[in-house]
Write a protein that binds this ligand. Structure first.
Ligand SMILES: Nc1ncnc2c1ncn2[C@@H]1O[C@H](COP(=O)(O)OP(=O)(O)OP(=O)(O)O)[C@@H](O)[C@H]1O
Length: 297
């Protein structure tokens, strides 16, 4: 499978005087090489290659149940590979011991769809939580950092509210402030636009893009929302049928005539991508032979 085409502007500027004109490209922040994985005996992804260059926003899109969230779990090593390797900053995460893994995870911010806030903590204390848990910073410093993160998501004024007092969209933004409390190098977003109204969706998309720039981070966004996701992604990877079925820039995906890509971009129910979860034959399940008198009662 091909690596992500890295746009020239992102790949780096002109070589310094005296430097080799053909410098090796920087290692991607995340790289999946020949990864197969699944749950129990069930294989979800087969021989998948995905490369996420530093500083970019990469979108994972595709069929429901295709394995997008599974890719995020692989990166955080919440699940392991059956075969292949997952590299974070050039290190195969399977080789990390417990401390190494925790250190790697602290460099990642994860915003999951059900990334619920701690209901008994205020907005302020929710964002302060990772700082108190993982750093030795004094309370004055924590206060400044928390207010900066809340300012970034437009909620500095909501610091004293409890989670039950904020809307769904606000709650997502608080979770985002908490996810980036430790200034992660990598942000993982699982369905950040789900359940948001169109205005909040636009705000969330802009926020993801701007935070990526401001933090100098790299982001992976799992989403079904074509317009919002295409507006902020440098690269889109479509996952279906157990693997990467298409990838490219949003413009390339919009211009593509590949029926598979068209099915995603145009949101068509019918097309080359399977909609149904693997199941016994419909004939067996619905006993269509009953008409012939063959089915058991
Ligand atoms: N903890 C689990 N145990 C067993 N199977 C799982 C588990 N989590 C996910 N799966 C299965 O793995 C497959 C991929 O799931 P995953 O959540 O990665 O898909 P997805 O592409 O993120 O889907 P969606 O877009 O619907 O959220 C699905 O068929 C799902 O049923």
């Amino acid at each position: 499978m091909s690596e992500l085409a890295l746009s020239e502007s992102r790949a780096g500027s002109a070589p310094a005087p005296g430097a080799s004109p053909v410098a090796a490209p920087p290692t991607p922040l995340i790289e999946l090489r020949g990864v197969s994985c699944g749950y129990g005996d069930r294989v979800v992804l087969r021989d998948v290659d995905i490369s996420v260059p530093r500083g970019t926003v990469v979108a994972l899109m595709g069929t429901s149940g295709g394995g997008k969230t599974t890719v995020l779990r692989l990166i955080g090593r919440q699940i392991g590979v059956m075969s292949g390797q997952v590299f974070f900053d050039g290190v195969d995460i399977a080789t990390l011991d417990r401390d190494g893994l925790y250190a790697a995870r602290r460099r990642m911010g994860m915003l999951f769809q059900q990334g619920a806030l701690f209901t008994d903590l205020s907005v302020f204390d929710n964002v302060a939580f990772p700082l108190r848990e993982h750093t030795d910073l004094d309370e004055e410093m924590i206060r400044d950092l928390v207010l900066m993160k809340l300012e970034a998501v437009g909620l500095r004024g909501a610091r004293d509210l409890m989670p039950s007092q904020v809307s769904g969209g606000m709650s997502r933004r608080v979770a985002l402030a908490r996810a980036m409390a430790l200034d992660p190098e990598l942000m993982l977003y699982d369905e950040p636009f789900a359940g948001l109204d169109p205005i909040s969706m636009g705000v969330a998309a802009t926020l993801i893009h701007d935070l990526n720039e401001a933090l100098g981070a790299t982001s992976i966004v799992v989403s079904h929302d074509v317009d919002e996701t295409f507006s902020i992604a440098d690269h889109v990877v479509f996952i279906a049928n157990g693997g990467v079925v298409a990838q490219g820039t949003p413009a390339e995906m919009r211009a593509s005539t590949d029926p598979l890509v068209r099915q995603f971009v145009d949101g068509k129910a019918d097309g080359p991508v399977r909609f149904h979860y693997a199941a016994p034959s419909a004939a067996d399940d619905f006993r269509v032979k009953a008409a012939d008198g063959d089915a058991k009662p």
